[in-house]
Design a protein around this ligand. Structure first.
Ligand SMILES: Nc1nc2c(c(=O)[nH]1)N[C@H]1C(S)=C(S)[C@@H](COP(=O)(O)O)O[C@H]1N2
Ligand SMILES: [Mo]
Length: 337
């Protein structure tokens, strides 16, 4: 079979498609918390490893490019370095050689910075598609690259399990366990520029707005509820923890009429997420974890428990909950700050 890949425009085109694929599958892996999480993660791993498989060909092209240095060559080299950093940090986190939260920050940070550079690179060094790109031969080659990525992913997963590397203990989302049933040992995580506020319960109340009007609950009123849920908070930073949460089921607070489609939960810090109204039945406004009052870092006086959703949905330091007719998906898919 003619799978001899010449280092050239085919390589570049394949890399471009794979980079886009890595971005999409990576975002999916962050968005999905439930049963499909593993498949998003596997696709992400396979695409990333397919990138690695093309490295020998791309290095031939890159060496050519560096020899006849043109304006922009340093930017191209920087792009290459960022992609290498992204791939290596991803693999290191997956197999368990680098399991700290920093690994995922480096992985995502390098990937995000590489996006504008990749767009510039494609504009400055365009790969013009040709009809032959869709020939049987090209498609076979593309299939071989993707298939290679899938095989590499399976091989690495197998190796990690056989050798008992920490990567074998991961959850389907790819996260490592940190502090289950021990809230004090669970990491305190917030989105880039959010800081745990010091809230005094006497100067705090929860405002709930529904079509029936506005009500406020004091901390003592809220802490009087004892609905319980065992649920797993799973941060996109790469850790998870299961806790027994106590609080009030959200559907007990939100009487909705037929026009209500969603509700928004807003933090004292301004951070907020919007949810489909049907989810209120499975969610909790929690005042306790493991039977104890929440710590300031974990959301005191009250935080959201959103079973099956990734950590960024679990709004801490809740101040206001409001139903509305806006569809839940009318928001940024990920928090922006
Ligand atoms: N107000 C607010 N709530 C927030 C966040 C935030 O930045 N601000 N970060 C979320 C993220 S990304 C995660 S993973 C969980 C972490 O909860 P923990 O700090 O109690 O472990 O809180 C979520 N709730
Ligand atoms: Mo998170």
């Amino acid at each position: 079979m003619g799978f001899r890949l010449r280092a050239g425009r085919g390589t570049n085109l394949a890399l471009l498609v794979l980079l886009a694929g890595a971005l999409v599958t990576g975002a999916l892996a962050f968005a999905i918390g439930g049963a499909w999480a593993f498949w998003a993660l596997a696709a992400h791993g396979a695409v990333g490893l397919a990138l690695v498989l093309l490295a020998p060909w791309k290095s031939v092209i890159s060496a050519r490019g560096v020899r006849r240095a043109r304006p922009g060559t340093p930017a191209s080299v920087l792009l290459g370095v960022l992609v290498v950093v992204t791939v290596l940090s991803g693999i290191a986190h997956a197999v368990g050689l680098w399991t700290s939260g920093l690994a995922m920050q480096v992985h995502v940070g390098a990937a995000l910075v590489s996006i504008p550079l990749a767009i510039w690179h494609v504009v400055a060094r365009p790969v013009r598609p040709r009809p032959s790109d869709l020939s049987r031969r090209s498609l076979l080659r593309a299939g071989a690259v993707v298939g290679g990525g899938v095989v590499a992913f399976g091989a690495i997963e197998g190796l990690v399990r056989a050798t008992g590397l920490p990567g074998s203990d991961r959850r389907a989302t790819g996260s490592y366990e940190r502090g289950s049933f021990d809230p004090a040992a669970m990491p305190v995580t917030q989105w880039l520029d959010d800081q745990p506020p010091e809230i005094h319960p006497d100067h705090w109340s929860l405002v709930v707005r529904t079509p029936n009007g506005t009500s406020t609950l004091s901390y003592d009123e809220l802490a009087g509820f004892s609905d319980r849920v065992r649920a797993t908070v799973d941060c996109t930073g790469g850790w998870f923890a299961t806790q027994d949460w106590t609080g009030v089921r959200l559907n007990r607070l939100l009487e909705a009429d037929d026009a209500v489609r969603s509700f928004v939960v807003v933090s004292a810090t301004g951070y907020g997420r919007r949810f489909p109204i049907a989810d209120a039945a499975s969610m909790l406004v929690a005042t306790r974890a493991g039977g104890r009052e929440l710590s300031a870092g974990h959301g005191f006086p009250a935080r959201l428990v959103a079973p099956g959703r990734r950590g960024f949905w679990w709004v801490k330091w809740i101040e206001r909950i409001e139903t509305s007719q806006t569809p839940w998906w009318w928001q940024s898919p990920f928090p922006l700050t």
